[in-house]
Design a protein around this ligand. Structure first.
Ligand code: 5AD
Ligand code: SF4
Length: 480
């Protein structure tokens, strides 16, 4: 029998998680088992999409009878699933690969493979560089892993970085390794056609394509059967999800997909990420409002509060458009949590234009935001056509200002929860104490509260909020 994989808390879409991932990457924890001939160790960096891809890779490897280990010294093959979004994300992987070089010296049979965005961006350059790796596998080539592993095992350098217009891994059942058994990610589309000028994703993940809705619904249904209580539908731009059934001519858009998933089970929470301000429709908002189990939370990256910068970024909306979208969200769902991504110091951004970002933040008061200093990525439209002319010091200073303001707003938003009673899905024990549970509200706020007998992970409870900091809420379970 295949051993049960070690359970580990996995909180989707939280700031802490995102920062933690960027800092150190996360290895999948698992146990070897009797059937497995060989062991794989997979380390994942970057966004939730990469974590979801690692589950596809694990599925392909399972088919090959690989087991999984969290001890890299026991692994026959080590995969690093990589991120290219900012320069520091790539630097971390380079350092990691250099440290693995020593390991490889002592163990000549060990295979090391680079997966994901860096594989796609750097291609065979990764093989040439100091002979650090044996396999380079782009995000659309995971079905080819059996051949690539065999080739690398035979002493050849193995590369597949072909991007596909069709691949959605639709029928591959992800192996959920690092799971709490409560929340799971379900990829609904791949790639991105937006071409925001700062972004490397359209080059590393290729053209946008939507996965067959039926296979998404089937996967969510299966998760419900396994006891999962929450799915997060993932895509670079979920609002442009569109699937055409060639045989029947039936088209399914994101609002319709959301509805189909919400209808699977009333106790299944449905979340999604990432929305795009230019594409999110009233239909999506009304569908969210209509179903109690679709969480009232939208991650709506703004990037900048200045219309000239937004134009240079090719975001497809203005400051006013964004503010109107937020107004519309709040008209339809007054209680909706909203978070954003913000970039400081994009090409030619002036102090006044940065102030527009600050004033937009003050107007919206995001519940959270993920904030970044602009990092030029080779071959992106911005790198080709614009000058990265805001000094690192100024980028950092502006970033600091944005972070401080966000902390203030997060705290304000959390303080306003005090006294409210929220429905919370219990996800795990609190990090600080085994006497406490933690879970999230509909609006994606993390709450810590004392345990109550008879309740466990995956149960819902009602929690009265008593205390708040900028990061978490504390409360206690109340009866209905
Ligand atoms: N520099 C800084 N931040 C970036 N992002 C994407 N590309 C860059 C870049 N070159 C940020 C955007 C995006 C998030 C996932 O990462 O804010 O929404
Ligand atoms: Fe990058 Fe823009 Fe696509 Fe997001 S929407 S992945 S920022 S190109």
């Amino acid at each position: 029998m295949r051993d049960k994989i070690t359970q580990k808390t996995f909180n989707p879409l939280t700031l802490e998680k995102k920062i933690e991932e960027e800092k150190q990457g996360t290895a999948y924890h698992g146990n070897s088992n009797d059937e497995s001939e060989k062991l794989a160790y997979i380390e994942t960096y970057g966004c939730q999409m990469n974590f979801s891809d690692t589950e596809i890779v694990a599925s392909v490897l399972s088919e090959m009878k690989y087991g999984f280990t969290n001890d890299e010294s026991k692994a026959d093959v080590i995969f690093i699933n990589t991120c290219s979004i900012r320069e520091n994300a790539e630097s971390k992987v380079w350092n990691r690969l250099k440290s693995l070089k020593q390991t490889k010296k002592n163990r000549p049979d060990l295979l090391v493979g680079v997966l994901g965005c860096m594989a796609e961006r750097l291609k065979s350059k990764l093989l040439e560089q100091e002979k650090l790796v044996d396999m380079v596998v782009g995000p659309d080539a995971y079905r080819d892993l059996p051949r690539l592993i065999e080739e690398a095992g035979g002493g050849q350098k193995a590369v597949n970085v072909l991007l596909s217009r069709e691949e959605t891994y639709a029928e591959i059942a992800p192996v959920r390794l690092n799971t709490n058994g409560v929340s799971a990610f379900v990829t609904i589309m791949r790639g991105c056609d937006n071409m925001c000028t700062f972004c490397v994703v359209p080059f590393t993940r290729g053209r946008e394509r939507s996965r067959d809705w039926q296979s998404i619904v089937n996967e969510c249904q299966e998760l419900v059967t396994e006891g999962y209580k929450e799915v997060t539908l993932l895509g670079q731009n979920v609002d442009s999800y569109k699937h055409l059934n060639e045989a029947t001519g039936e088209v399914c858009n994101f609002a319709q997909l959301l509805e189909k998933v919400a209808l699977i089970h009333p106790d299944l929470r449905v979340r999604f990420s990432t929305s795009h301000p230019k594409d999110i429709t009233d239909d999506v908002l009304f569908t969210m409002a209509k179903y109690e189990n679709i969480c009232n939370y939208i991650h709506l990256p703004v990037q900048s509060g200045n219309s000239r910068i937004l134009e240079l970024m090719n975001r497809g909306y203005t400051r006013e458009w964004y503010l109107n979208k937020v107004k519309r969200i709040r008209e339809i769902m007054p209680d909706c949590g909203i978070s954003a991504d913000i970039i400081t110091g994009f090409c030619s951004e002036t102090d006044e234009e940065h102030e527009d970002t600050i004033s937009l933040m003050k107007a919206v008061k995001f519940d959270y935001s993920f904030t970044f200093a602009y990092s030029e990525r080779p071959n992106t439209p911005a790198a080709k056509r614009m000058k990265d002319d805001v000094s690192e010091d100024v980028k950092k200073k502006r970033l600091q200002e944005v972070i401080e303001l966000q902390n203030l707003h997060s705290k304000e938003s959390n303080l306003s929860e005090i006294g409210k009673i929220r429905k919370v899905l219990i996800e795990s024990n609190s990090k600080r104490s085994d006497n406490d549970f933690c879970g999230r509200t509909d609006q994606n706020k993390m709450v810590v509260f004392p345990k109550k007998e008879g309740l466990s992970f995956g149960d819902y409870c009602r929690v009265k909020i008593r205390e708040a900091s900028s990061a978490t809420l504390k409360g206690e379970i109340v009866e209905e």
